[in-house]
Design a protein around this ligand. Sequence first.
Ligand code: 5GP
Ligand code: MG
Ligand code: MG
Length: 183
Amino acid sequence: MRAAEIQDDLAQILVTEEEIHAKLDELAAQVAKDYEGKDLILVGVLKGAVMVMADFARALPFHAPMDWMAVSSYGASTKSSGVVQIRKDLDTDLHGKHVLIVEDIIDSGLTLSWLLENFESRGAESIEVLALLRKPEAAKVKIDCKYVGFDIPVEFVVGYGLDYAERYRNLRDVAVLAPHVYS
Ligand code: 5GP
Ligand code: MG
Ligand code: MG
């Protein structure tokens, strides 16, 4: 697929790479302050959070070990199924650790509320969430996401790690996927 064809699949650029980087620098400064003197572990949710993790972690001024978890709740569809499955578990014992979950986007919040419960049962000392994007639906579930990049409208977005059927993850910006791609 060529660049021009990929551009045709996008309805609108929502957040640019520059805006994302500036926001992640800001959030990293806040996290650095909040976790000063504490042992922090970053847990990225594969695969969507890969780009967020890469840029956010490099903006932190101290050691921040990373671990990864892969869960599935969407498959190749654009709607959350509500059924969460572990595809890859953590390598780290979370007992007594200060965990910061790094997420690409919170939509229904189903995945996250499941993860929070799961991590609590592993005995983490504290658990907070950083999400680059948040959709309004997320307000309906009782999830305390301490660090949020951007609140976006109810649209299916791709880019900066976010995919549709494994495509578009490598786009630099976050864009609304044109409905003709999936309808
Ligand atoms: P939730 O459980 O909060 O509904 O969403 C779980 C996961 O679905 C997110 O972490 C993300 O990977 C995926 N997701 C939710 N909304 C979107 C979206 O607009 N675009 C893409 N590409 N993935 C999404
Ligand atoms: Mg995700
Ligand atoms: Mg996906």
